[in-house]
Ligand binder design. Structure first.
Ligand code: FAD
Length: 335
């Protein structure tokens, strides 16, 4: 068996590792035109916290993705590999002045070790006159560490990595038994998928080692401590393709985060980054048989459209996608 994984972001790499686990004798090649710091995955703060609107094909499958993903990150966090993989535990608060529903999350309230209502005292831990709040304990995966860690593991398992831009699935350099399409926003062109929309995000990475707790406020305000830096965010600009840093977004983010935690005014800015979240209202993890005009046929399993929650859900959708590969090869697929 020879599988091709298109994409080297968090979705491509977790899928490639899952393929190696499930098909230990198969050859697996990752093909991508961008790696590590050039991917959207690198920009992410990496907290395991899905948005409540995140949607797979059914509610049951979506919840299974969450459970499988959390178990993967939590197991890695408990292992000796955790510091190399960039996975740690993180606790924090989500606050709102607007609505109690904003601080609830049906996907993770039962999944996380701790998810509870914040007390009156806890609502006062941050400036802002917060009315509603929850406290939770979750995982955080720092892509800056995880992407090279996963690539190394993939290569050690016998995988190969090729740098190539694909204009079509039929540009792939070899004959693969199946292709896994983990191209994030790239799938818009490759699949002609009009349902895939960028949601632009911008964050600051600052040095503030005194901040050990995560905080979310209203209007996309978040402070998320990682391994070396604290991520300050953010914004969500629907259908914006602007990958350039914007000083007005930066000012707005700083103001909102400084209001929340005034000590952040003293933090040194390490870098500012922009990323286009690949948003699809139903995340696409499904198989497809594609035929070229010359009659060449390809078996493809898509795995893209994770929006702002790709780090959260990557190992869950990877597991599901690899199950679809098995069905496709066994002829069990509905195609
Ligand atoms: C500011 C910000 C903060 C975020 N914070 C979080 C968070 O805290 N938690 C969370 O869960 N998620 C977060 N996200 C979302 C997360 O980053 C994305 O969901 C995730 O990175 C998507 O991963 P991906 O592998 O699909 O895409 P990418 O990382 O973009 O990777 C796509 C890959 O496909 C390749 N590719 C694409 N097209 C082609 C082509 N035609 N030919 C060859 N190769 C191609 C690229 O080279 C690349 O290797 C955040 C995103 C942003 C922007």
């Amino acid at each position: 068996m020879h599988f091709g994984v298109l994409g080297s972001g968090i979705i491509g790499l977790t899928t490639a590792l899952e393929l190696q686990k499930e098909f230990p004798t198969a050859r697996v090649s990752v093909i991508a035109d961008r790696f590590n710091e050039d991917t959207v995955s690198y920009v992410a703060a990496g907290i395991f916290r899905p948005g409540t609107s995140f949607m797979g094909p059914t509610q049951e499958i979506t919840q299974q993705w969450m459970t499988d993903a959390f178990n993967y990150w939590d197991e890695l966090r408990r292992s000796k590999e955790a510091p190399l993989a960039g996975v740690c535990q993180l606790s924090g608060y989500i606050y709102s002045r607007t609505s109690p529903s904003i601080v609830r999350n049906h996907f993770i309230e039962k999944l996380l070790p701790v998810y509870r209502k914040a007390t009156e005292e806890e609502l006062k831990l941050c400036h802002g006159g917060w009315k509603y709040g929850s406290f939770f304990t979750t995982c955080l995966t720092e892509s800056r560490l995880f992407l090279p860690y996963a690539t190394k593991k993939f290569l050690e398992n016998g995988g190969e990595v090729l740098r190539q831009h694909l204009n079509s699935f039929f540009d792939v350099p070899q004959n693969f038994d199946a292709l896994l399409n983990c191209t994030g926003m790239g799938a818009k062109e490759l699949c002609g998928d009009q349902h895939l929309v960028p949601i632009r995000g911008q964050v600051l990475k600052v040095r503030a080692p005194w901040v050990k707790t995560a905080f979310y406020g209203d209007y996309d305000t978040y402070v998320l401590p990682g391994f070396e830096t604290v991520t300050l965010g953010g914004c969500r600009q629907f259908d914006s393709y602007n990958t350039k840093w914007c000083k007005y977004d930066s000012m707005a983010i700083r103001e909102r985060c400084f209001d929340l935690l005034p000590s952040l005014r003293k933090a040194e800015i390490v870098r500012e980054c922009v990323g286009l979240r690949p948003h699809r209202s139903v995340v696409r993890v499904e198989s497809e048989l594609i035929t070229s005009p010359e009659g060449r046929r390809l078996k493809v399993v898509h795995n893209y459209g994770h929006g702002g929650y790709g780090v959260t859900t990557a190992p869950g959708t990877a597991k599901y996608a690899v199950r679809l590969v098995r069905d496709l090869l066994a002829g069990n697929s509905k195609l």
